[in-house]
Structures are given as C-alpha cells and as structure tokens.
Design a protein around this ligand. Structure first.
Ligand code: GLU
Length: 272
C-alpha cells in the first residue's frame, strides 16, 4: 500500500490540509504501507518557496514522516512535456488560445473542471501550437482508444465512467496552461501517481468530480488506476461538530498560539 499527500504550495497549510495529510499518513502507517510527499509546485505564478518550507515544517511538527525525499514537480517539467508529446503522437491533443470570455460566449455551461469546452480549436494541429497556447486533451478522439466503460473504486464503491458521455460532460481537459505554459494538475497528478507507484489516493472530496479525467488519462497513457478515497471536507462533517474550527487559519498560526499536534488531531476528528 503506497499513498501520498500532494499539497500545492500556493498558500500555507490549513486545517483541511492537515486532515488530509494525517489521514493518508495514519492509513499508511496502520497498514505498514508507504507514505510519500509530493510538492505540486508546477504553477509558476502561484507557488512560493516560503510556502514549501512552511508546509514541510508543519507536516513534520504534526508528526508526519515520509518514506522518500519529497518529489518536487517543478524539477520534472520535462516529464510532463514528454507525456503531452506521447499523446500528441496519437493525435489526442490540440492547441487552444481561447480565453474564458470566448468560451463562455459560445454558451458553454460550467462543468466540474471549468466551462465545458466547445471544441472551438479542435481542428488546430500541434504544428501550429504557440508557446502561449493551452494544450487540451481531445476526448472525442480519445474515444477511439477507450473502452465504452471504465471502472474505478471510490470509497469502496465501484464507479462506472461512460466514456462516450465525457466530451459533453467535461469538455477537453487542459494539460498545459495557456500563457504560462505550466503543466496542468490532471497531468502532473496522474503522471506522478503512476511514477510513485501510488496504490491508494486519499484526498478531499472537492477533487472527486475530477477523478474520471484522471482515470481516462491513466488509460490513455497505460498508467495503472489507483484505488481512490475522497474524504469529507473539514467544513461539513467535523465543522458542525467542532464549531470553533477556523478554516481560514493556518497551521502556523495555531502553532504560534500554542496548539499542540494532538490539539490539531482532535480538531479534525482524528485520534490524538
Ligand atoms: N495539489 C492538489 C491539491 O492540493 C492535490 C490533489 C490530489 O491529492 O490529487 O488539491
């Protein structure tokens, strides 16, 4: 059993992150498994070194230990570019310079991953791609490479993806971001879960609606699909019970006020 915690260092660690990290960590330790840490610092405009340092310090303070040096995504950008190249070799990606306004002006409805992309740029070839273009996954073309149904485990339930419905329900997921050329989360996450041999993904339920995109990418790239567990967010289940939780307060500020790691564990409803 190999699991991981994968924070984005775009801000300090909050109570919800602490819950996710401790849950994954405790689960790995209880099963004699492996707990890995991955710093998802692929966003060149929002990631900050000071957040990375604070996150590592807070996690160690909370009592998390990780079984390998953290993987820093910003040090592996060529891996993600290579993955896009391999999808490009199968004609499964296309460049796109649409901004949000152009997309919404087509009447696009909001989907789980932003507005459902209407495939405006689908006829463009990769030879025409500018460095500032987004690169999108062509799910319509991908249907030729996918079975009619894909299955994965989420919270002990089997989920079925009807692949033919995906272009209309999620559009064309972004794999490389417009303007910055940064790789996008779906790609870095699935690439690294495969590379790090992650067998169990434990993360917040806010990401659950995006998991079909991950399973499709895994299928197209020949990567295994881990078992997923999406836990409730700290606002609902525990938030009501523990009315004093301040979600917007960083772990660092709880520490500064004298909280102990066990105080944090109790706040998020984990055994101290
Ligand atoms: N960096 C993502 C986040 O913080 C990770 C989500 C995941 O665990 O896949 O939301």
């Amino acid at each position: 059993m190999i699991t991981r915690f994968a924070p984005s260092p775009t801000g300090p660690l909050h109570i919800g992150h602490a819950y996710s990290a401790l849950l994954a960590h405790d689960t790995a330790r209880a099963q004699n498994g492996t707990f890995l840490l991955r710093i998802e610092d692929f966003d060149s405009t929002r990631s900050r070194p000071e957040h990375i340092a604070q996150i590592l310090d807070d996690l160690a303070w909370l009592g998390c230990t990780w079984d390998a040096p953290p993987r820093m995504q910003s040090e592996h950008l060529s891996d993600y570019a290579d993955a896009i190249d391999s999808l490009a070799a199968k004609n499964l990606v296309f460049p796109c310079d649409c901004g949000r306004k152009r997309i919404f002006d087509t009447g696009a409805k909001p989907g789980p991953d932003g507005p459902i992309y209407p495939y405006t740029c689908v006829a463009r070839t990769m030879a025409s791609a500018a460095p500032t273009d987004a690169i999108r996954l062509n799910l319509k073309a991908a249907l030729n490479h996918l079975p009619a149904q894909l299955r994965y485990m989420n919270n002990d339930d089997e989920v079925t993806i009807l692949t033919s419905k995906m272009p209309e329900s999620i559009g064309a997921p972004i794999l490389r971001r417009k303007d910055t050329g940064d790789p996008a989360y779906h790609l870095t996450c699935t690439h690294d879960d495969a590379l790090q041999n992650v067998t169990h993904v434990i993360r917040g339920e806010d990401v659950a609606p995006l998991t079909p995109i991950h399973v499709i990418l895994q299928q197209l790239m020949g990567w295994p699909t881990p078992t997923y567990r999406h836990h409730g967010l700290i606002t609902d289940a525990t938030g009501k019970r523990l009315a004093k939780i301040d979600k917007s307060k960083s772990i660092a500020s709880y520490r500064a006020e004298g909280a102990t790691p066990d105080d944090i564990r109790r706040m998020v409803g984990l055994p101290a």
